[in-house]
Design a protein around this ligand. Structure first.
Ligand code: XMP
Length: 420
């Protein structure tokens, strides 16, 4: 992987805006993003074929003058809108005409090179991977499995807070279809017992996170010492953990804290250089099913933060069924590929209704659908009333315990995407 052509993007605003990096990658050129406090020696080390300056800086930064001394072409793109036609033309001309880029950054090439790299690195040593059902860990597992299928053990901790049908799908895809060595731990009772009577959203998150680590640790102990622990870190995680202050190659905190409690020698992060859409492309390249690859963002604490107030088995069952109906109807209407994220929430509020001419007193389910690019802000989707009507009718008829459905028409900010 080290031989690929690299362009370095220096964000002089220090904010490390990912937009230009995405545009360069889209033009099949690999790039790394650094902040205004990057060290010139670090930039030289990657042997860049070109350098791009971006951001609105207040005053000239040292690095701005320094990069011009390296002796490779420098493009100042601060006054150019890279999303405009002219901007793309300028970028393309710089990369291909000025820097003589070969356009060697494709996900096919990445996959082949990464599998070869992993094959060499892993040899016949032991690798442990926590599968969450999300695309990042799924792609990591698939890459390692392709490199050496006998070395990998995947652990899937099922906390009982995944959507209806998802745990079965994870087992079916990874164990049955891909033939991976998968340990499926049904820990739902254990999680629900721990969560009993807990109302506070932050406390819920903490319990779920801690319990997850504990269960994973117990399983890892049974497996014994491993050489490598896999982490599905992606490039935005690295950028967001402070690339500006640490130069090109920096350490970042390990999500979930797993490495602290497990006996392993090294962390493997096969997709740490990729943006999310690139991870998805690798997933397709390596043969993961589309539903796995295009899975919408899903919070780590799962349905735990969509079951408002204290989680009960009754309301969790309501939520799973209501959410399933919503997903089914959105897909039936062909809206599943148009929406960034959509889901149901079960509130802890009951209201009066009428069922079979008799007074009912049942829960309210809220539906949420949002458009977003990076989850930092989001706009509620103007879903056609016909779709909402069908979902509402099905939920109130098919899900026992729900007599009212509402649609959340709040954007972020002031709301967040999740309700808790
Ligand atoms: P909020 O609710 O903060 O959510 O607007 C932003 C995005 O992050 C997802 N989310 C989480 N993802 N662990 C995760 O891995 C979490 O604890 C978590 N909480 C929220 C949420 O679904 C949305 O896409």
């Amino acid at each position: 992987m080290e031989t690929k052509q690299t362009v370095v993007i220096v964000d002089l605003s220090g904010r490390c805006n990912q937009l230009i990096a995405r545009s360069v990658r889209n033009l099949n050129v690999y790039c790394q993003l650094v902040g205004d406090n990057a060290k010139i020696e670090d930039i030289k080390k990657v042997n860049p074929i070109g350098i791009i300056l971006t951001g609105e800086s207040d005053g000239e930064k040292t690095i701005e003058a320094e990069v011009k001394t390296i002796g490779v072409p420098v493009l100042d793109i601060r006054d150019i809108d890279v999303e405009s036609k002219q901007g793309v033309k300028t970028l393309k001309s710089f990369l291909y005409k000025t820097c003589k880029a070969k356009g060697d950054w494709t996900m096919k090439a990445f996959t082949e090179a990464m599998v070869a790299e992993l094959k060499e690195k892993i040899g016949d040593k032991k690798v442990l991977c926590a599968l969450s059902g999300g695309v990042d860990s799924a792609v990591c597992a698939a890459l390692i499995h392709k490199a050496n299928k006998d070395c990998l053990t995947c652990v899937f901790v099922d906390h009982g807070l995944m959507r209806k049908g998802e745990p079965e799908q994870v087992v079916d895809v990874f164990r049955n279809k891909l033939g991976m060595n998968l340990i499926h731990i049904d820990a739902s009772e254990r999680f629900l017992t721990k969560l009993e009577g807990v109302n506070d959203p932050e406390r819920k998150r903490k319990i779920i996170g801690e319990e997850f680590i504990r269960v994973f640790e117990e399983e890892a102990k049974k497996i014994g010492a491993v050489d490598f622990l896999v982490q599905g870190t992606i490039y935005p995680d690295i950028i967001e953990s402070g690339i500006g202050s640490k130069g090109l190659v920096k350490s970042h905190h390990n999500v979930g804290g797993l490495p602290d409690v497990i006996d392993f020698k090294e962390i493997l992060e096969p997709v740490k250089d990729l943006f999310k859409d690139e991870v998805r492309k690798v997933g397709i390249e390596i043969g993961l099913p589309l539903e796995q690859v295009n899975r919408q963002p899903f919070p780590g604490p799962g349905l735990g933060v969509r079951c408002i107030g204290a989680i009960t088995r009754e309301r969790l069952a309501i939520l799973k069924d209501a959410d399933f109906i919503m997903r089914e109807e959105i897909a039936n209407a062909g809206w599943d590929t148009k929406i960034w994220q959509y889901f149901a929430v079960v509130t802890d509020m009951k209201s009066v209704g009428v069922r079979n001419e008799v007074r009912s007193y049942e829960y309210t389910v809220a539906l949420r659908a949002i458009h977003s690019i990076d989850a930092m802000s989001a706009q509620f989707v103007h879903l056609p009333f016909e779709i909402l009507e069908t979902i509402s009718r099905r939920i109130t008829t098919e899900v026992v315990g729900v007599n009212r459905v509402v649609y959340d028409i709040t954007s972020k900010p002031p709301a967040t995407i999740e309700w808790e």
